[in-house]
Design a protein around this ligand. Structure first.
Ligand SMILES: [Zn+2]
Length: 136
């Protein structure tokens, strides 16, 4: 999907309406128009990047700082225990942080096992694959 067609880029350019709650130099925050709960928000970097791990370090820092500001507001207004974060770039190919109020006992409190289930793994093998020894 090109930047021209991208629904989030169009929202950022003001070509499509949105329920905007925050905007700064690097990101905007909007209400999800297909919400699972009140307080379900999206924080979207202004640059068209599909996956969050392809953002620059400074973009990631700014995006998460914006997400934190909004999360604190959601928590204050909806009195939830905490605010969950999901990040994908699947249905809309422009990465976005999904913020969700969550409380003990809801399906999110045990996510992903409560939704996806569990799997058996070889812990040593997986650790060997993922271990980062030189983290300087
Ligand atoms: Zn985009």
């Amino acid at each position: 999907m090109s930047e021209e067609e991208c629904i989030f880029c169009r929202i950022i350019r003001g070509e499509l309406p949105s329920w905007k709650i925050i905007e700064n130099d690097t990101a905007i925050g909007i209400l999800d128009t297909n919400p699972s709960s009140e307080g379900h928000c999206l924080i979207i970097p202004k640059r068209h990047v599909r996956y969050w791990h392809d953002l620059s370090d400074s973009e990631v820092a700014s995006l998460f700082k914006t997400a934190k500001v909004v999360a604190q507001k959601i928590k204050e207004k909806y009195k939830s225990n905490f605010i969950c974060v999901f990040i994908r770039g699947g249905s809309v190919k422009h990465t976005h942080v999904v913020l969700f109020p969550s409380n003990e006992g809801d399906k999110l409190s045990g996510f992903p096992q409560s939704v996806i289930g569990k799997t058996d793994i070889d812990f040593a093998e997986v650790r060997d694959k993922l271990e980062i020894r030189d983290n300087s």
